[in-house]
Design a binder for this molecule. Structure first.
Ligand SMILES: [Zn+2]
Length: 343
């Protein structure tokens, strides 16, 4: 039991308002067993200075709802523990407390909720900028991964393979998400069954993200790094308000989505170099006068029998960034710290 006189004399009803972040991080805010606290009674609440000490939420527990000092009935899943100057405690349902205490209680519970809210954000703030997790370093490692260069290089090789005229049309199809014309064309080249020419199915280009115009993955990641550095600067500052922490974490969610989007984009290589997709592309190229185009296997790739050129997927292609995604997700969606039981 804390020194109640000191506690109330020092801070009174402003107890929660006057806690530092370090103090808040050491405190408990919730209990799932409020009846086990000391000095709990169902007698009418004493007429003394009071504060909201803890919140309880017993939803789903075997013992059922909590008895409330006002309605005198196990009526509440959510409520608070009121602590009085003499050390007595009362359990109060959130709705009943409002009815009986009115604005006085509202102010007390508001301070408590604000502190509870704050500690959750401060935990995430500190995790996001902790020295154990170097988000910027992880992002830079992703940026430096060979696959980023390979992705751009594969697009460039495809452009060379198609030639500028056909490439421009192809990019437009990808940008507008138009279907590639299909039609017949399955045949056996050189009498070997492992070789394909074209596809019967008309359909959309798969892996179009690899082809579309716009900033490269590297350029996007450079921009993302600037954004992330800005967010971390905010979170590293001292005396950051809860609202600013929340705004910074929301920005981090957005940054995480952008990193994920680049990873999805890089995965388009796999969908692009799929046999059916390449068959469709080969057929489309033949329809536009490139009659030597076919698809080879192992790996699936486009070949040009006339110019003896080919374009296949990159080798040793691993999508980078899993570590930065996991670390950012941890910082944003923290699991509530297991707090010690109230006593
Ligand atoms: Zn009640």
């Amino acid at each position: 039991m804390a020194d109640l006189d000191a506690l109330f004399d020092k801070t009174g009803a402003g107890f929660w308002k006057s806690r530092s972040d370090d103090e808040l991080l050491e405190m408990e805010f919730t209990t799932d067993d409020p009846e086990s606290l000391d000095n709990i009674s169902n007698d009418p609440p004493p007429d003394e200075e009071a504060m909201v000490e803890l919140a309880y939420n017993v939803a789903g527990r075997d013992a059922g709802r909590v008895r409330c000092v006002f309605c005198k009935y196990p009526n509440h899943e959510r409520g608070v523990v009121m602590l009085y100057r003499t050390g007595q405690r009362r359990l109060v349902g959130r709705d009943c407390a409002h009815k009986h205490y009115g604005v006085t209680f509202d102010a007390l519970v508001q301070d408590f909720d604000a502190a509870h809210d704050r500690v959750n954000y401060v935990e995430r703030q500190r995790l996001a900028v902790s020295e154990r997790i170097d988000l910027l370093g992880l992002l830079r490692a992703m940026r430096a991964a060979p696959a980023i260069r390979e992705f751009a290089e594969t697009r460039r090789r495809l452009r060379d393979f198609m030639g500028n005229t056909l490439w421009d049309r192809f990019v437009k199809i990808a940008d507008r998400d138009e279907p590639l014309s299909g039609g017949h064309g399955t045949a056996v080249r050189h009498g070997e069954m492992t070789l394909y020419v074209g596809s019967r199915s008309e359909g959309y280009l798969q892996g179009a993200e690899m082809v579309r115009t716009g900033p490269t993955v590297a350029e996007r990641l450079d921009q993302i790094e600037l954004d992330l550095a800005g967010v971390i600067r905010v979170l590293r500052a001292t005396e950051v308000g809860t609202r600013d922490i929340r705004a910074a974490l929301v920005r981090m969610v957005d940054i995480l989505k952008q990193v994920e989007a680049e990873r999805v984009r890089m995965r388009s290589v796999t969908r692009f170099f799929d046999d059916e997709n390449l068959g469709r592309i080969a057929h489309w190229m033949r329809e536009h006068g490139r009659h030597g185009i076919a698809v080879e296997v192992l790996p699936y790739r486009l070949v040009d029998d006339y110019s003896q050129a080919e374009c296949g997927p990159p080798k040793d292609y691993t999508i980078p960034g899993m570590a930065v995604v996991a670390a950012m997700r941890d910082a944003i969606v923290i699991s509530p710290k297991k707090r010690r039981k109230a006593s």
